[in-house]
Design a protein around this ligand. Structure first.
Ligand code: RIB
Ligand code: CA
Length: 309
């Protein structure tokens, strides 16, 4: 199989960083065309610098990073520094990136790639989906160049930023609604599945024991990450959200889901950003909603791949 053309849209953020490392460690499966960044976990300048730091750590300065939208479409930006730290990569002490940065805006990059692609491109969204929504509004024709969108976001059960909403879609619910209603081949990995994928001490130790700069940086970031979620959701260990998207693209057999009709609340006061999903036949579904994951298999994949960097 030729490598899959892939663009990753993200807001690094610790779990975004682990997801980027997993993708960067999988060149046989991914032709990573570029990384686009958005404001989310931390402001845009930091998410962009962090994405570049991770490419430098993975010795992949060839992968271009494009800065995107500095705020949601309508709402003011809210961040998650209490979870990711003030730098966004709490625990890691990564050098400043030195590779040159393209001047093109992330939205322009997405439009250019999806309208000129010789083969449809997969887009993984790991943060608030502002860049994709703005690209769809500016140029609806990009849909023809999209193979599939795999989105980390949403929750059929409890939220994590409010009782009703997951962070990415709460930050920009209007963008999420544009994406969900665009008729794209969409797969959603929400909290219902990512909360099954938790970083136990044994899994953390396996990364640390890789004994490489990448393994030690990953372990250092994960050691502090997501403690709040343990208390908030009664989890046994911190959940690992964004790497589930990349693991799904690498090993879909580790996951299971159903076709559903998905909608995003943009009017509510208490439920703003909530995803409402109804299982339905493929014909009337607008998304595949992933519901279960093989956590042990995901961490084995993650550790094996990061060991290659
Ligand atoms: O709710 C979890 C999601 O929000 C993850 O993508 C995390 O990085 C934050 O962006
Ligand atoms: Ca993220």
């Amino acid at each position: 199989m030729p490598p899959r053309p892939l663009i990753i849209d993200c807001d690094p953020g610790v779990d975004d960083a682990i997801a980027l490392l997993l993708a960067l460690a999988s060149p046989a499966e991914f032709d990573l065309l570029g990384i686009t960044t958005v404001a989310g976990n931390v402001p845009l300048a930091l998410t962009t610098a962090n994405a570049r730091r991770i490419c430098h750590l993975a010795q992949r300065p060839d992968v271009p990073v494009y800065a995107g939208c500095p705020r949601p479409m309508l709402r003011s930006l809210i961040t998650a520094t209490e979870i990711h730290g003030a730098t966004g990569l709490q625990g890691a002490n990564l050098p400043e990136p030195t590779q040159p940065m393209p001047a093109q805006h992330a939205v322009a990059f997405l439009i250019e790639q999806f309208t000129t692609a010789s083969a449809p491109i997969t887009l993984a969204t790991l943060g608030p989906p502002t860049n994709l929504a703005v690209a769809l509004i500016q140029c609806p024709e990009i849909a023809q160049g999209i193979d599939q969108v795999v989105m980390m976001g949403g929750a059929l059960g409890a939220g994590n930023i409010t009782p009703a909403a997951e962070f990415n879609l709460y930050v920009d619910p209007h963008a999420a609604r544009v994406v969900v209603e665009a008729g794209l081949p969409l797969t959603m990995l929400g909290l219902d599945v990512t909360h099954q994928v938790v970083t136990t001490p044994e899994r953390l130790s396996a990364l640390d024991q890789l004994g490489t700069p990448v393994g030690q940086a990953a372990a250092a970031m994960l050691r502090h990450y997501g403690q709040i979620d343990i208390e908030r959701h009664g989890l046994a260990a911190p959940p690992l959200h964004d790497p589930c998207v990349i693991a799904y693209l690498l090993r879909p057999d580790l996951f299971a889901g159903r076709p559903m009709h998905l909608a995003v609340e943009t009017e509510g006061r208490l439920c703003l950003g909530r995803t409402v999903a109804n299982p339905c036949p493929n014909s009337s579904a607008n998304a595949t909603v992933i519901e279960t994951a093989d956590a042990a298999g995901i961490y084995a994949l993650l550790t094996e791949r990061l060991g290659k960097l």
